[in-house]
Design a protein around this ligand. Sequence first.
Ligand code: PSU
Ligand code: MN
Length: 300
Amino acid sequence: MQLNLNFHPEVQSALNENRAVVALESTLITHGFPAPDNLEIARAIEATVRRQGAVPATIAILEGQIYVGLTDEQLEYLGTASHVRKCARRDIPIAVARKENGATTVAGTMIVARCAGIKVFATGGIGGVHRGQPFDESADLIELSRTPVTVVCAGAKAILDLPLTLEVLETRGVPVLGYQTDELPAFYSQHSGLPLDVRVDTPQDVARIIKVRESMDFDGGMLVTVPVPAEDEWPAEKAQIIIDQAIAELVSEGIAGKAVTPYLLERVSTLSGSQSKKANIALLLNNARVAAQIAQALVE
Ligand code: PSU
Ligand code: MN
């Protein structure tokens, strides 16, 4: 793929000098959290990456230009813009051709990160297979099977069918590593009860696996799944009741396609008050920290 990229100078020099860089997505800024929380959260994620000595590269499309790393003014512009296209693979050329603003999902961010030469990417949760709708499979899963970027996340979002999501990742050849855990984290909560067969305990463990995959020229990415910190967890039993209610509302409203995930995230957050938000922010910052450590281990 040949993308015309606009690098933030700080990201450009870090890449030139082989220093640690972490890619960050922008859909969570435009479709994941309401304003003004979204901006505050985006800035906190970037600050967390910096505290670990790595450079954050938030990826987004502004008026048709693809950016790798945003200035604070650009972040603010995106966080307050009213029409932003949610961009997975199929959407990127459309947003560019029409000079639109576009927020990259996990899939879209992986594509740009790969072109930019960024190997590690931090997010909250990836998309997956939706509950009761096994044909609604996020483009994130397909991108993970073809684009070599390591995605650090807290598992797939709890609004999804986690067992089916794991099955699809297995079929598509995507390694799922548990970071200091033996089971798949369930986004808001630490436990899904679904065992993983690869556990890693340090950033160096992950870096070694990335390097071997590179040396073998494997296509496809990898998932590093990190449990939300215990003190900020929203226990699965409680989350489940609210998620079930949000899904019932989704079905009765007839919402479909790319609007499903933003709708469910918004409903869960409204119905649960501060609980889901607290867990969501905590896991985002924690993932940013771990991703920065992995990026650092890769360049050491
Ligand atoms: N996780 C969050 N908030 C989000 C998303 C994930 O906590 O906003 C976004 C990511 O960008 C992810 C996308 O790639 O939702 C998945 O959307 P879909 O299910 O339509 O593929
Ligand atoms: Mn979907």
